[in-house]
Design a protein around this ligand. Structure first.
Ligand code: BG6
Length: 487
């Protein structure tokens, strides 16, 4: 759909904007998503010289788009939409009036205010938008995580925004929900009777969700050291994925129903407090090691430039206390500087109820497994037991039914931000987080962070480039399970 829209990115020349938002908007331009008179305003403080800023954006696109994606003609078309605004967000006297006049040239269109700025500025940005009467009924505000450091600070931020925007106009991004396979998880669950009938504790033994990264903390050490992996990844991305795996089928696939069902999962998450934090959570931090090509992989402390007890790895054994999932462990795991980059949900089914094969065949039986791969490639793999073909001896062998989205649909890896930005412009909040979800997710994460702060779990070290601390293996091992590392 082609929309007339004015997009304002506060922090328009910042890292998030250059790395993710502008490439996503550029790709939307390629798909003719915007009407001719749609505009993109990039606010920055200080020099808004058009020529200089334009070159910076062009350079950013060349760096962050995939190779071959940058195209001079498309850039010319896209560049015409870009406007640079010198704005001190804090100071209503500095630039806001001129900015309001420029924006008000189009009053009827959709307005998208993207707050790619520190959360400490969210309140004042919204207040000044309201005071300059820029908030129209067709205005939406998009906010990025981190939404707070804990439940209390998240609540304070949400309250500040809510003073100027109704909940229905607030779009809280979790970019994991924009990933193509996440959409496919919903399709897999709710359009295949095969799976829906098997999707509970009668058939499923456990679920594991891993987001492993090979990068360290990169340029965000300051932010990361205050947050750590629990706040940066678990409270949001991992819990959102868990919700989509575990939620009841919504009555309709619309925003209200999807978000209600996700909220019920968050409410049913068993709290992990006190001593249980020691038993059910593992936190780790990477130390220097040699990489696969003999390169030096620095420690977290070296990257940070100072000592720290912040976790760069977390593993948790979670439980959902409801009828469907009683007794099924959900193992969650994420870390920086791990051996490989991948994000995957693994659904491990129970073994067959009666072994018809005698030994030794019976020993080769493995339970079925469904791997839902989010990245780097996107796909779904179902492992079934089959009889070995042309084998010298008869035998059973696990074989995979493999659906690789890139090959099957002949498409390049999707852009989660593009998908979410278009949804926000179209006014579809299904893949955005409701305030109640944010609150509930913090209610579950806060006691873990507090117990860690009181020393309930030791900080385990792991070698950069490994699969994380050994102690993380003990979590599934205590139930007779193990982590699956890669497809
Ligand atoms: C962000 C985290 O939300 O997600 C980063 O703040 C992390 O620390 C990133 O690197 C991972 O996203 P993706 O899509 O690259 O897996």
């Amino acid at each position: 759909m082609t929309q007339e829209v004015d997009i304002v990115i506060f922090g328009g020349m910042g890292d998030l904007s250059l790395r993710k938002l502008l490439p996503a908007l550029y790709r939307s331009e390629l798909e003719h998503r915007f009407s001719d008179n749609s505009r993109i305003f990039l606010t920055c403080q200080g020099d808004a010289d058009r020529g200089r800023r334009q070159r910076q954006v062009e350079q950013g696109l060349k760096t962050y788009l995939l190779s071959g994606e940058f195209n001079e003609d498309l850039w010319t078309r896209f560049a015409e939409r870009l406007h640079y605004v010198d704005l001190d967000i804090n100071d209503l006297q500095a630039g806001w009036t001129q900015f309001a006049e420029r924006l008000d040239q189009h009053r009827a269109c959709v307005r998208l205010f993207y707050l790619a700025i520190p959360p400490s500025l969210f309140g004042v940005a919204c207040k000044h938008l309201a005071e300059t009467q820029l908030v129209t009924p067709e205005s939406r505000v998009v906010v990025e995580k981190p939404l707070g450091y804990d439940g209390a600070s998240a609540n304070a931020i949400n309250t500040e925004i809510a003073a100027f925007f109704p909940e229905s106009s607030i779009y809280r991004i979790d970019h994991y929900l924009g990933k193509e396979t996440v959409q496919n998880l919903l399709a897999l669950r709710f359009s295949n009777s095969l799976f829906e009938h098997l999707w509970d504790s009668k058939t499923i033994a456990h679920v594991q969700i891993t987001i492993a990264e090979t990068v360290g903390v990169e340029a965000r050490a300051g932010f990361y050291d205050k947050a750590g992996a629990l706040r940066d990844m678990v409270q949001n991305h991992l819990l959102q994925l868990l919700c989509l795996v575990a939620m009841e089928p919504p009555h309709k696939l619309d925003a209200e129903n999807i978000r209600d069902e996700k909220l019920k999962v968050l409410k049913a998450l068993r709290p992990i407090t006190g001593d249980q934090v020691t038993a059910f959570t593992v936190r780790g931090q990477y130390v220097a090691a040699e990489g696969p090509a003999g390169e030096h992989l620095p420690s977290y402390v070296d990257e940070l430039g100072q000592g720290s007890t912040t976790e760069t790895f977390v593993a948790i054994r979670a439980h959902i206390d409801n009828w469907r999932w009683a007794g099924v462990p959900f193992y969650l795991r994420t870390g920086k500087r791990m051996k490989e980059r991948f994000a995957e949900i693994v659904v491990q089914f129970k073994p067959v109820s009666h072994a018809v094969y005698d030994s030794p065949l019976a020993n080769s039986l493995e339970p079925n497994r469904l791997n839902i791969r989010l990245q780097p490639e996107e796909g779904i793999k179902l492992t079934l037991m089959t009889n070995k073909f042309n084998a010298e001896r008869e035998g059973l062998k696990p074989v995979a039914l493999n659906l690789n989205f890139a090959e099957t649909f002949n498409y390049k890896a999707g852009d989660a931000y593009k998908r979410l930005l278009i949804d926000a412009i179209d006014g579809n909040p299904s893949l955005f987080i409701h305030r109640r979800e944010v609150d509930r997710a913090w209610q579950w994460a806060d006691p873990i962070a507090e117990a860690w702060a009181r020393g309930y779990s030791p900080l385990h070290i792991y070698r950069a480039g490994s699969w994380g601390p050994r102690a993380a293996d003990d979590l599934p091992a205590a139930d007779g399970n193990r982590w699956f590392q890669a497809l």
